[in-house]
Design a binder for this molecule. Structure first.
Ligand code: FAD
Length: 368
């Protein structure tokens, strides 16, 4: 067993950490207030080569909204890399990796969230292309992204078997982007509904075979959930750092509040829970590089990390007292940004369903 990072891993971590400290952290509060999309930062990330190889944890607390659109890009990249033809990979992946274009995924619909197989967006063949029609909601990078993985059905009556996955170029007339959602957190990340009206997709842009859409989506989510776990850990780390700094400075009853046992114990719980979530996520990331099913492992990491960050940010606000409720302090933003992690990429309830389904097929859960 080896708990050390390798030298190349340390170099990437240090580079990302430095970038986060210099370029993401300083403007995070202002972007939260204005909701402005930081296009320049995105270009810089592309130039650094970071869009092709994500190390999201280091971004977490410093610029969570930046992470949200990076994760969306990573999702489409992973789906295309695993299920796309060589020609499609060559066409779509390089501009995404260079940061020249953004992308994302269009799965969720007004009537199909946790129950994706009930989606209603349809596709039909028209010569050498497919035409897609329907409504998608909550789409990260809608209106600013070029390429999106879209799930659509040949016939809703077929259920999961009727669903296929496509790479859609959103820069066309049949893609109607609705006004931006006014979100609680991740405010400079763009999220909007999208209406597809005979949006055209070349036949070569189908991912996997016809009818394999759910397989493509579930395999992609198995990996991308690790990104959300890492995001949760980054936010939790930032909240713990803020709380620690504050608890050492703030004095009440004649001494720094960290010396009051209730505050010290609160920080101790935050620290211990965060460390547990961190190592569960690292182990899942390590397993993701190896053969075998990742579903249960990545669901465990996403469930634990996202529930942990919500407890940690709430505790960090509490340690700040009234100041934790003020926009002047970073923990207020972290509290709002953390909230979505138990919701998107499958709610905590969905993660439990994935784990419980895996358990039904197991005799023992012992790993060693
Ligand atoms: C900021 C943000 C960005 C997003 N970005 C994207 C994106 O880029 N692309 C995309 O496709 N989607 C995106 N989403 C959508 C997101 O993935 C969905 O919101 C999520 O999967 C939940 O679906 P829903 O909102 O329809 O909730 P529902 O599925 O309606 O769930 C409502 C509640 O019921 C619970 N529930 C549902 N079924 C069960 C069950 N069987 N057992 C127990 N509990 C259950 C859920 O856990 C939840 O608590 C985004 C969402 C947000 C908030």
């Amino acid at each position: 067993m080896d708990f050390e990072f390798s030298e190349p891993q340390r170099m990437v971590r240090d580079m990302v950490r430095a970038f986060a400290a210099e370029r993401l952290r300083p403007g995070a509060g202002a972007r939260d207030a204005s909701g402005e999309f930081p296009a320049e930062i995105f270009r810089e990330l592309g130039e650094l080569g970071l869009l092709g190889m994500m190390t999201p944890e280091a971004y977490g607390g410093a610029g969570t909204e930046t992470l949200a659109y990076l994760l969306a890009v990573e999702e489409i990249a992973r789906a295309v890399a695993h299920f796309g033809s060589e020609e499609l990979k060559g066409r779509v992946l390089p501009p995404l990796a260079r940061g020249e274009v953004l992308g994302g995924i269009m799965l969720t619909e007004p009537g199909a969230g946790s129950d994706l197989a009930s989606l209603r967006t349809t596709y039909r063949r028209d010569g050498d292309r497919f035409l897609l029609s329907g409504s998608k909601v909550w789409i990260t990078n809608a209106g600013i992204g070029a390429y999106f993985v879209v799930l659509a059905t040949r016939d809703a009556a077929l259920g999961a078997k009727g669903i296929s996955a496509f790479v859609l170029d959103a820069r066309q007339q049949g893609v109607l982007v609705q006004p931006r959602e006014k979100k609680m957190g991740l405010r400079s990340s763009v999220t909007a509904a999208v209406i597809l009206e005979d949006a055209a997709v070349p036949v070569a842009n189908m991912l996997g075979s016809e009818g394999e859409g759910m397989k493509v989506a579930l395999a992609t989510l198995d990996h991308s959930r690790l990104g959300i776990a890492a995001q949760a850990i980054g936010v939790a780390q930032a909240a713990l750092d803020e709380a620690l700094t504050y608890a050492k400075q703030r004095e009440q009853f004649g001494r720094p509040i960290i010396e009051h046992e209730a505050v010290g114990f609160r920080l101790a719980d935050m620290d211990a829970e965060l460390e547990a979530a961190r190592w569960l996520t690292y182990r899942a990331a390590w397993l993701s590089e190896r053969p075998g099913r990742l579903g249960r492992t990545s669901a465990q990491a996403k469930l634990v990390a996202s529930e942990t960050v919500n407890r940690v940010v709430a505790a960090a606000v509490q340690v700040h007292g009234g100041y934790g409720y003020s926009r002047e302090f970073a923990v207020e933003r972290l509290y709002r940004d953390a909230r979505v992690t138990t919701i998107y990429e499958g709610t905590s309830e969905v993660q439990r369903m994935v784990i419980a389904r895996a358990l039904r097929n197991m005799v023992t859960t012992a790993t060693a």
